[in-house]
Structure formats: C-alpha cells, structure tokens
Design a protein around this ligand. Structure first.
Ligand code: FAD
Length: 374
C-alpha cells in the first residue's frame, strides 16, 4: 500500500493484487492491536540478514521521523511504550486507514480476493489472475513472509523469486515461542502464566527482557527475541537473575538452616522457586547442600541450558527470518539485479527486524526505496 502510493505520486498507474478479502490484516493484529509502527532508534544493528549492511541505505532514506511526520500530518496520536517503540494511541486501524488514504489520493487501484495464477516476462510482466490479466513494466513483490498462514501468508514471493532464478535464504520462523523438551515440560508447564525478568543468550547475542512460562513452552519478549537468532538445534542460555551475583548471595548464607525454596523466593517468583527447589534439589536446607549441589544450582539459575524441542513454528511466529537473498537486490532501488523491473520489499526479503517496531520500519523504508524507482 505504501509503495503503491509512492509510485502513484510519481504519476505511475498502479494496481495492487491482494488475495485476501481485505487489506493489511497483519497491521490490524500487530502490537496487540495498537501497531508498534516504528522504533525511533532503528538502525541496521536491529536487523538479521546474511548481509547486515544491506538495509542501511533504505533505512537512511526513509527514517522513523519520516513516518512520524506522516502520522502527525493526519493528527494520528501515538505514544512511546519503551525503548523507542512507538504505538498508535487509538489502535492499528489508524495506520491502515492512513495507508488506504495515501493509496486513494494517489490513484492506486486494488483488487481483493484475487489469486495470481501465472507470471511471465517478455520485456513486460504479464500477470494472469483469477478473473483477468494485466501487463506492467514493474512488478513489486510485497507479499510478506510465511508467518501466520491463517491470515493469508504464503510462499508466493519466494516462488516468484525462484522462477526468475533468484536465490532464497532458507526461511525459518522468528519472534516465536520455543517449545519445551520432555524434561522441561514436566517441571515448567505448571508455571504457566508466570513471568520473570531474564537474560537470554546465544553466543554473543543477548536480550534482557521478560520471559513467560506457558503450558507448552517459553514465550515473552526475551524468548521471542532470541528465537530469531536460533539455528535449528542450538540451546538458549537463560540467566534467571541477570545483574545478581547469585554465587556470592548463596555463599554468604550457605551455612544457614533455611529451606532452599525460601531462600530462592527472595529472588524469584514463589512458585518458580518452589519448582526449582523441589524438582531439582529435593528442597534441601542450604546447610545440607553439597558443593556440587550449590554449583549445580548456580548453573541452573545463571546459565540454564534450554534445549527446545522445536519452535512454535510459522503458526505463531511474528516474522520470517530469511527470504530473498539481498545479494540479488539493489539496496538503492530494491530491484533484482539480474531481472529488470522485478522488485522485492518488506518481509519477503532476507532482512528481519527484532521485536519493537523494526519490522514495520523496514517495510516502510524498503517500500519507499522501490517507490522512487519502479
Ligand atoms: C501477530 C503479529 C504482530 C506483529 N506486530 C508487529 C509490530 O507491532 N511491529 C512491527 O514492526 N512488526 C510487527 N509484526 C511484523 C509485521 O507485521 C510484518 O513484518 C509486516 O507486516 C511485513 O509487511 P509486508 O508488507 O512485507 O507483508 P504483510 O504485511 O504480510 O503483507 C503482505 C500482503 O500480501 C498479501 N499476499 C500474500 N500472498 C499473496 C498472494 N499470493 N497473492 C496476493 N496477495 C498476497 C497478504 O495477504 C498481505 O496482505 C507483527 C507480525 C505479527 C504476525
């Protein structure tokens, strides 16, 4: 929608082909219904890509401030939740309405309930879709990633890329809950609903945020964030007490006759403290714990080695990591280097934002870039 309006502003005749019965379904459900539409601190360091520098140029030519100006010109109210994350005060619908108005003001036509059946290239692109055909000089693929198939996500963009010989970085779910393995399910599923401030780590990547226990796995921002960086079988290290020298704290009191669960509950939620103490240490008194027990406890609390059975998959993922290889695209125009007139923007490209408004900022910025050239 945003890219189409930009092309329309340049006097181009633009047609959007949408297979859903209505536009912007992801916008409507985003940010818990308030759409975290940008992050004022967005920089290339907030994105995952085989080429982390690729997004620099589009992000610098359409910045969070540019999107904010657009909102302010329509008097759309917004607020900062935390760390530069901007949300709509009156709900996501306002962002969608803004885009639909931009589209209408710039003479962009839109077809709903329309499935593209075939695309051929003979110098122009020839599209065959349910109920018609169209010819165009520029074909812009903005079909998103694979996450949340039930609202229309699918592999269309990747299929077009492959058809024209473009490489795809294997897509995988990102910003997704991680499911318990059998052992963790036994002890953790009963903690469903409990939230703890933790640090999650994979190699040098770390996030200090909340973790949420659910019936089936770990969720919450700390886990969603790290899930995007996880290769298939890699463990996630969890520090349940970031910023606390737990080794020192327990050493100071280890000769006291105090139940482990009582000691732990001064640091962690009581039910979690109880589960650790009872399931892993028979709820001993501190003065009865061996050095081995103490070391194991410190490892558990500070370096928990979480090995998920899998992620919750594309059904629950907020984004798709991977996508059309940026090596195939110009970062100035988003056009395919070896296929004139074919553009890829937004989530279908191998540029994936962290949680916090970065994915929409990438969608706007890449759309703006293509919108100046297509
Ligand atoms: C639950 C949830 C919450 C999110 N919250 C946030 C947030 O608060 N902030 C943030 O920055 N990001 C958020 N995201 C991510 C963000 O929504 C996406 O990164 C962003 O929408 C990508 O934009 P896009 O235009 O590339 O793709 P999409 O928004 O997915 O749009 C693609 C469009 O193409 C259509 N389409 C797909 N295939 C076809 C086809 N074959 N034929 C015709 N049309 C097709 C789809 O129906 C859809 O309308 C969230 C995602 C989810 C799932």
């Amino acid at each position: 929608l945003f890219c189409a309006a930009e092309c329309g502003k340049r006097g181009k005749s633009v047609l959007i082909v949408e297979h859903n019965d209505s536009p912007g379904k992801k916008i409507l459900i985003s940010g818990g219904g308030k759409c975290n539409f940008t992050n004022i601190n967005a920089s290339h360091t907030n994105y995952i890509s085989q080429n982390p520098s690729f997004c620099k140029s589009p992000l610098s030519r359409f910045t969070p401030q540019d999107f904010i100006k657009l909102l302010e010109s329509r008097r759309i109210e917004y607020f900062e939740k935390k760390d530069g994350q901007l949300f709509c005060s009156k709900g996501s619908k306002q962002i969608l309405n803004l885009l639909l108005e931009e589209r209408a003001n710039n003479n962009v036509e839109i077809l709903y309930n329309t499935e593209i059946e075939n695309v051929e290239y003979d110098g122009d692109y020839k599209l065959a879709f349910s109920g018609g055909e169209s010819r165009c000089k520029s074909l812009i693929i903005a079909s998103g990633g694979l996450s949340i198939p039930k609202i229309g996500a699918g592999p269309f963009g990747f299929e077009i890329a492959r058809k024209f010989g473009l490489n795809i970085i294997a897509p995988r779910p990102g910003l997704t809950p991680l499911l318990y393995n059998q052992r963790d399910a036994v002890v953790f599923s009963g903690l469903s609903g409990i939230s703890v401030n933790v640090e999650t780590r994979i190699k040098k990547i770390r996030f200090r945020e909340n973790l949420l226990f659910t019936h089936t796995g770990l969720s919450g921002p700390a886990v969603l964030q790290i899930s995007s960086y996880r290769e298939e079988t890699a463990p996630v290290i969890i520090d349940f007490l970031p910023g606390t020298d737990f080794q020192k704290a327990i050493t100071e009191r280890r000769n006291e006759k105090i139940l482990l669960k009582t000691f732990l509950s001064s640091f962690l939620p009581a039910r979690f403290a109880e589960v650790i103490a009872e399931s892993f240490f028979n709820n001993k008194f501190l003065n009865n714990m061996s050095n081995k027990d103490i070391n194991r406890l410190v490892e558990f609390v500070k370096n928990y080695n979480f090995i998920p059975s899998s992620s919750a998959g594309f059904e629950k993922a907020e984004v798709t990591v991977g996508g059309v290889d940026t090596k195939e695209l110009s970062s100035k125009t988003m056009e395919a280097v070896k296929q004139p007139g074919l553009y890829f923007i937004g989530e279908v490209v191998d540029v994936t934002g962290q949680l916090g408004g970065y994915n929409f900022q990438w969608a706007w910025a890449s759309a703006f870039a293509a919108g100046q050239f297509a």
